[in-house]
Design a protein around this ligand. Structure first.
Ligand SMILES: Cc1cc2nc3c(=O)[nH]c(=O)nc-3n(C[C@H](O)[C@H](O)[C@H](O)COP(=O)(O)O)c2cc1C
Length: 271
């Protein structure tokens, strides 16, 4: 799905069906296979879009029996963890955007997230081509509602946010009524955003999740068809990375954010 000028507005609304294109629900093993297929298909992608990890089917069939690495440094035998640790958001994106086939794989990944009650409390709006202009206008209108004193230049900058990639996936939390708490549903929807980012990277498609502080607004609500309980959780830019991926982040010092609770009480976690 590349960017072509003077094309009709394309804003496609997608709601993941309860059953995904794959047979049955996608479990972790199937998700792993999805990543493997994606990795295998990445070979023909452009050099900037090559995933910065190496997946070989032989390496990944028995991930469940592998011992846990203690830091990214010893993750060499864990290709999926290598992939996770090395993934970086794209800082600049251009055409082409993902193909329809890639979009289907990317969106299907949303169905793999932890989701209490299997409610699928999310939906997506794929924005491409002229849809980006419409989305940018709605963002600017929302910004103006939020801050009426915004200058025309500031509004232009808001409009331009929609133009930073050929394709965007707007992420919407769509809570379902019932006993599952709203925050849990929002958490599941947020996980779907990460799944989308991960799947994009697995396919060699550049991705970065963005948002604005003004996610409501009449024009935006109307454009996205937001129900009273729904909320936009930002959007994920997709396209071809124009720059080499940033260096891997420094490994998380997990000891600074982790404690152990055992029979002796809470103490530093020092395995
Ligand atoms: C919900 C959400 C909204 C975000 N919005 C923005 C944003 O508007 N601008 C931005 O620079 N980064 C935003 N980020 C962070 C980027 O997606 C990205 O994680 C960050 O630039 C760090 O890059 P990395 O993924 O390579 O670590 C957002 C992340 C999340 C989860």
């Amino acid at each position: 799905m590349g960017t072509r000028k003077n094309q009709p507005v394309v804003v496609r609304r997608l709601q993941l069906a309860p059953r995904l294109p794959h047979k049955g629900a996608i479990g972790s093993v199937t998700a792993t296979r999805l990543l493997l297929r994606a990795g295998a298909s990445a070979a023909w992608l452009s050099s900037h879009n090559k995933p910065s990890y190496h997946l070989h089917p032989a390496d990944t069939t028995s991930t469940s029996s592998m011992s846990h690495p203690t830091s990214p440094a010893d993750a060499g035998a864990h290709p999926l963890l290598d992939f996770l640790y090395a993934r970086r958001s794209a800082s600049a994106l251009g055409p082409p955007g993902p193909s329809d086939e890639q979009l289907k794989l990317i969106l299907s990944a949303a169905g793999t997230v932890p989701d209490h009650g299997q409610l699928r409390p999310f939906r997506f709006v794929v924005v491409s081509d002229g849809g980006r202009d419409v989305f940018g206008q709605a963002l600017a209108a929302a910004a103006l509602e939020h801050k009426p004193q915004l200058t025309p230049q500031a509004l232009d900058a808001v409009r331009a946010k929609a133009q930073r990639s050929p394709t965007l996936i707007v992420l919407i939390v769509s809570p379902k009524p019932g006993k599952i708490e709203a925050w849990e549903q929002k958490a599941a929807a947020a996980c779907s955003g990460f799944a989308i980012v991960l799947a994009a990277h697995a396919l060699g498609v550049g991705a970065v999740w963005k948002n604005v502080p003004f996610t409501r607004g009449q024009a935006l609500t109307k454009l996205l068809g937001l129900g009273a309980e729904e909320e936009m959780l930002g959007w994920i830019h997709l396209g071809t990375s124009l720059k080499d991926p940033a260096a891997a982040r420094p490994p998380l010092d997990w000891s600074s954010v982790t404690t152990l609770l055992d029979a002796d009480g809470v103490r530093p976690f020092q395995p």
